[in-house]
Design a protein around this ligand. Structure first.
Ligand code: BTN
Length: 239
């Protein structure tokens, strides 16, 4: 993908979903867009879930062009940049990464990432961060938390600025140092690496040791019958 140009920021009071607004902007072509909103009336999560959009939290979407072969790196870079933004507030915060793109603070969900395809080569990276409040999650394997719960008192706009700075720097790092350095940084924050995990696939669960991530960002799981590549799924652990 191209070197990142300055982000063009659009702030709204209320939208259905920032991903929808970002998709509309892509039709104009040619920019690195960021859409943020104070409220979302139809926030979307992964696997068709609703994303509860509480006041004071961050709802934003980045829109830019890249090819499908870069998707794996960009997914890893997004969650890694969220982790680094959180630790920039508190070096001692226990922030970890869970494949494919969850960021956990003290083992609870602090953010969500929803990637959607837009027109031509545009992709939308939708990001929600629990800044002030944590919703009660009924459809998730773990609890949610907020930065405020951990005495990190910031605002959505300030968090977004810091995140964009970190994300841009990390994209540059990927261009100069390559995918392996992105992957190794990501894996260094993934406590599941090397452990036996259960993964829920669409129609079944599989169990094995999380051995690596491949060049597409897919999870490599060593099972009794050999190493399998997991392209989509949800990890379960007993921790
Ligand atoms: C998940 O299920 O973990 C992903 C949640 C992604 C939520 C964000 S909030 C901003 C953007 N707009 C949406 O409708 N969803 C994403």
């Amino acid at each position: 993908m191209d070197k990142i140009q300055p982000w063009e920021l659009f702030c709204f009071d209320e939208v259905t979903s920032t991903n929808d607004k970002a998709k509309e902007l892509c039709r104009e072509g040619g920019h690195f867009y960021v859409v943020s909103a104070r409220k979302q009336t139809k926030g979307r999560g992964r696997r068709g879930h609703h994303w509860i959009s509480q006041e004071g939290n961050l709802f934003c979407s980045l829109a830019f062009e890249f090819s499908l072969q870069d998707l794996g790196a960009i997914v890893l870079l997004t969650s890694l940049s969220l982790l680094q933004t959180i630790t920039s507030y508190d070096q001692n915060a226990e922030v970890t990464l869970k494949w494919p793109n969850d960021v956990l603070l003290n083992k609870a969900k602090i953010s969500g990432i929803l990637i959607e395809k837009a027109e031509q080569d545009y992709w939308i990276i939708g990001i929600g961060v629990n800044i002030k409040q944590a919703p009660e999650l009924t459809d998730c394997t773990y609890k949610a938390t907020s930065l405020m719960d951990h005495e990190i008192d910031t605002s959505a706009p300030i968090f977004l600025q810091k995140f964009l700075h970190t994300f841009t720097k990390n994209i540059d790092m990927w261009h100069t140092a390559g995918f392996a350095s992105v992957k190794n940084s990501w894996l260094s924050h993934a406590p599941d690496l090397g452990r036996t995990i259960k993964v829920r696939l669409e129609n079944q669960n599989v169990e094995g040791v999380f051995t690596d991530i491949d060049n597409n960002g897919f999870l490599l799981l060593k099972t009794n019958t050999g190493v399998i590549t997991i392209t989509a799924g949800e990890i379960f652990t007993d921790r």
